[in-house]
Design a binder for this molecule. Sequence first.
Ligand code: OVM
Length: 394
Amino acid sequence: MTIPALPIDPFCQAFFDDPFPAHAAMRDAGPVVYLPVYDIHAVARYDEVRAMLLDWGSFASARGVGLSDFARETPWRLPSLLLEADPPVHDRTRKLMDRVLAPAAVRALRDGFIQAADRLVDALLERGSFDAIPDLAEAYPLTVFPDAVGMPVENRRFLLPYGNMVFNSFGPRNAWFQAAVADAAPVLDWVQAQSRREALSPTGFGAAIHAAADSGEISVAEAEVLVRSLLTAGVDTTVNGLGASLYCLARFPDAFARLRADPGLARGAFEEAVRLESPVQTFFRTTTRTVEIGGETLDEGRKVLMFLGAANRDPRRWEDPDDYDIGRRSAGHVGFGTGIHGCVGAVLARLEGEAVLGALARKVASIEIAGVPRRRYNNTLRGLASLPVVIRAG
Ligand code: OVM
C-alpha cells in the first residue's frame, strides 16, 4: 500500500485559475494522496473529506488549520478559540457562539436583511451596468453584517483586507500571503479596537459575546478574541458566497429563469452556488496519532489538506457535479464544513444569500456578463475580484 505522490501545487496561480483537472487527478489517484511540493498529505474525495471533518479526535485543529504546524512554529497571531481549538477548549466557546448566532437570533434580522437587499438591487437597477463584486457581493455584507455585529459605520471596508490576510495565512508564506499582510498592516490596530466592548453597540452579536464575560462564562480577553472571529470569518466568506451566486446566475441563464419563476428557490440557489464554487476551498488538519483514513495509514503529526471544493464536485457523490442545478438536494455538501467545526455563521450566511437572490429573482429580468471576469487569488478562498454585469428590470 503506497500513497500516490502527485506533482500538484494547490497554492499557485495555475491551480487557482483552473483547479478542476487537479481536483479530479487527486480524487482519481486514491482516497489519500501525497503532495511533495509541501510535504503534505491530502484528501479530495467526498467520503474521506467528510470522514476527516467528523473525526476531530484523530484530525486536530489546535495545531492550526493551515500549512503551519503550531507544535513546531509559533502561531503568527493569537489562535482562534473556535477554528484553531480542539475539545474541550473548543466546546465551551463554541457553545456560546452557537447561542449568540442561534436561528432565533438570526430570524430577528430577517426583515432588515431583506429590505437592505431590495434597496441595493433597486439602486443597481437604476445604474444598469456595474461590477457585481464590489458593488453587490462586497457592498451587501459590508452593511448588514457589521450592523448585526454592532459596529460603527466608519471604515467597515477595512474588514476586507483583514479577512483576505487571515484566509491567505492558511497557505504557504507565498507572494499572496506577503501582499495580503502588507495590505492589512494599516488596519490591524483598527480590527483589534473593534473587538472591544466600548466599540460595539449594546444590541449586536458583539455585545452578546461580551455579555458572557459578565456572567464569568468567558474572560474579557476571550470575548475579544471571539468577536475577532466574527470580524475575520464573517465578511470575506459571504462576499465570495454571494459572488459565486452571481457568477453562477450570470453563466447559467436557465437557472436564473427558474429562480425568477419561483423566488422560493433563492435559498437553494445560494446553497448550490456554495457547493459548486466552494468559497472556502481548503482547510488542514494535523494527525494526533497514527491514523487510518480511506484504508491508508498516516503517522502522527502529519498535515493533511482537505479539498472541500473537490469533495463538493466528486462524481462519486454528486450527479452532474459541474452543473449549477438550483433544484438539486445540495444538503450534505461540505462548503460550510461539517461536524464540531461546521460554520457557526451558516444561518446568517444563508439569510444573506436568500435576501440577495430573492431580491434579484423578484426584480431583475436578466443578468449578463459585460466584461472579462477577473479572479481574486487567495490561498484559501475562491472567488472573483471583478465581474462586470448589465442587468435589466423584470
Ligand atoms: C476565526 C476564523 C478565522 C477565519 C476563518 C474562520 C472559517 C474562523 O478567527 O475564528 O472560519
